[in-house]
Design a binder for this molecule. Sequence first.
Ligand code: C2O
Ligand code: CU
Ligand code: CU
Length: 475
Amino acid sequence: MSAPTWNRREFVRNLALAGSAVTIGGVIVSCDDPTGAPHGAALPKRGGNGAATRYPLRVPPVVSPDGLTLTAAPGTVEIVPGVQTSAWMYNGQLPGPTIQTTSGGPFAIRNVDGLSQPSITHWHGLLTDPDNDGHPHQAVQPGQHYDYALVVNQRAGLHWYHPHPHGHTGEQVYRGLAGAFIVRDSVDTGLPGNPLGLPVGAYELPLIIRDVSIDSRGGFQFSKKSSGFWGNTPLVNGTYMPYLNVNRGVYRFRMLNGCNARVLRLALSNGQAFTLIGNDGGLLDTSATVAELTASPGERFDVLVDCRALASGATVMLRDLDAGWDLLELRGTGVAGAGTLPSGSLSSIPALGSPVRQRAFTFDGMTRINGKVYDMNAIEFSVPFGDVERWRFITNGNGPHPVHVHGVHFQVQSRSGGRGTTYAWERGWKDTVLVNDGETVDVLIRFTAHRGLYVMHCHQLAHEDAGMMANFTVV
Ligand code: C2O
Ligand code: CU
Ligand code: CU
C-alpha cells in the first residue's frame, strides 16, 4: 500500500469525525476547505439509531453493442442525494450502460468524444483485432468519433470499457468513464437451458466498485500524482452508500475493481465465504470457496453469495477489509428465492503447454517498463502468433502494479517474493495480475486471436499515464 500521506491523514480525520459510527466510507470530507472542517450540507443523513442512511444500488441499463453510439461527455449526476456532481460519463450515465452480447454477435459502436481532450475507448478483456482495440494511437480529438466493427468471438465473461488516450486515462476513468461489458455463451447463462443453473435475472448483478473523493460542493477531487489517486469514499455502480434487497436465494455478483489505484480486500461481514466461479477470462474449471478476495484495478471476480439463510430484516455487508469500508449492504427480504450453488465442473480450461521462450519485464519506479518510458511510436518486441511463452513480471517497489496485457488472456503460474503464492482467483484465464512490491509473477501466454499492435501496461492508472506501458506486435 502506498497511499499518499495526505490521504491517510484525511482518513484518520474521517474516523474521528465519524464518532461512534462504524461506517466511515460514507463520510464526505472537504479537502478544498483550508480549515479542514466538513460542510454539513454534504454529509449523509443518519437514521435515529445512528445507522447511516443507505440508498438503493443502481443497476446500469443493459444495451446491445450492435449499432450503439457511446458518447463520452461531461454532465451532472446525483451521487450524494440532493447534490449535483459534475462528471464525465458515457451516454450520461455513471457508470456507463452495461453492454451485453453473445459470443458470435456483432459489435458496431460509434464512440464520440464529447470531452475537451482526446479520448478513445478500450474494451478491456475483449479479444479484438488491433483496429478495434482502442489503442492510445487511435485517440480522436474533441468532437470527433471512432467507429468500431467486429464480431465478438470468445468465451463468456465480465469485461469492461474505459478510455485509453495516453496521459489522460486516469483522469477520464476517475471522472466517471467506465462501464461493464458482458459476453454470454452457451456454457454460461443468458441462453436457453442455462446448463449450469447459475443465477439469472434479478439474481445476477454487476458490481463496479471504485473510490472517489467528493468535495463539499459535490465535485470530484482529483490529482495526477504518480503515486496514484486514492479516493476517500467508495461507490458501487456509482451509488453512494448502497443497499440491495435480497431474497432467500443465491446471487451472482460480477465484481470489477474500477479504482484508479486502490487494491480492495473484499469479504462479507458475517464471515460467510464467497463461492468464486470466475474471473477475468470467464468461468473457472471448478468453483472455489474463498473467505476474501484481493482485487486490484482492472481485475474481475464472478462470485456467488448464498443468501438462502438470510432472514427478513437481517443484513450482511460486503466490505473492503483494507480501508475498513462498508461497500454494499445486503438486506434480507425473507422472500423465498431461487438458486443453488453449482457442484462439479463449470468449464474446461486447457493448460497452456511448455513455453518456447521466456521474456522478462521489470516494472521500474512509477513510469517505466524495462527501463523505458512509453513511446507510442516504438515497438518494443514482437511475439509469434500461436507460440506459448513465459512472461515474467518483476518489481521491487512502488506497487501495486496490476499488470495488464491487451489482446489475450494468460495463465498465472507462480508468484515468488512478497505474498509468495498464487490464489484461487488467479486460476483459469486472466488479463490482469497484481504484482506487489518485491514480487515476481510468471504467466504463460499465447496469442491466438489476432495479429498486430497491442500494449501491455500497469493498470495503476497514474503509472500507465506516466509511461508504464509498452507497445508490442503479434506477428
Ligand atoms: Cu483496462 Cu489497457 O486497459
Ligand atoms: Cu485491456
Ligand atoms: Cu504500476
